[in-house]
Design a protein around this ligand. Sequence first.
Ligand SMILES: Nc1ncnc2c1ncn2[C@@H]1O[C@H](COP(=O)(O)OP(=O)(O)OP(=O)(O)O)[C@@H](O)[C@H]1O
Length: 213
Amino acid sequence: MANGLTLENIEIWKGDTLLVAFDDTIHPGEVFSVMGPSGSGKSTLLAYLTGTLPLEFKAQGRVILNGRDVTDLPTMDRRIGLLFQDDLLFPHMSVFENLAFGLRPGGTRTDRSERVRSALRAIDLPDAGDRDPATLSGGQKARVSLMRMLLSEPEAVLLDEPFSKLDSELRDQIRTFVFDMAVERALPVMMVTHEPADVQAAPGRILDISASR
Ligand SMILES: Nc1ncnc2c1ncn2[C@@H]1O[C@H](COP(=O)(O)OP(=O)(O)OP(=O)(O)O)[C@@H](O)[C@H]1O
């Protein structure tokens, strides 16, 4: 069985309309771009992968992650991380607590706080643990959100327009950070975007979802 995120004969239907058809494997370290007009089913596909497809849709097919069939597992057990454009940090928690929230259960208190401290260093915010998230810049918030998702140790990552709220310079910077991380950690990534520059920078294939069915 291949490593990566395999979407095996996936079909998503809304009533009698086939919205999405997909049958492929996203390889470890590949950032697979999904484009398509508004309403073409991009977010619906991601919802299916995280196990949060609204009841209005019907789906068939299997989702296999690193050889493990996760199709019928609850969201938390799939090990599929999701990052979207309005990924808000919890305002009543410090940056440190926001990151700690992402950690998987287990480990001693000391281990857990060392992991958060090391995460803060990895995003170049070693002294920001005590800060209120509202005091961070847009790019800093984006890095904390990304790191909170990574601390849950996903085996695959889904990005839904994750850079669209950032100005262009910051966008380039965060995009590079995310793509490098995917390659370094050998994570399969599916990225929904409207932005040609995101697609151009992504190390992977491109799908126009409206042409897939
Ligand atoms: N909860 C829902 N119940 C019923 N229909 C829905 C629901 N969510 C989305 N839809 C419909 O399903 C279709 C696909 O929507 P989806 O959000 O996946 O599109 P999208 O490609 O992500 O669009 P955008 O680029 O605008 O985000 C659209 O026709 C939309 O109106």
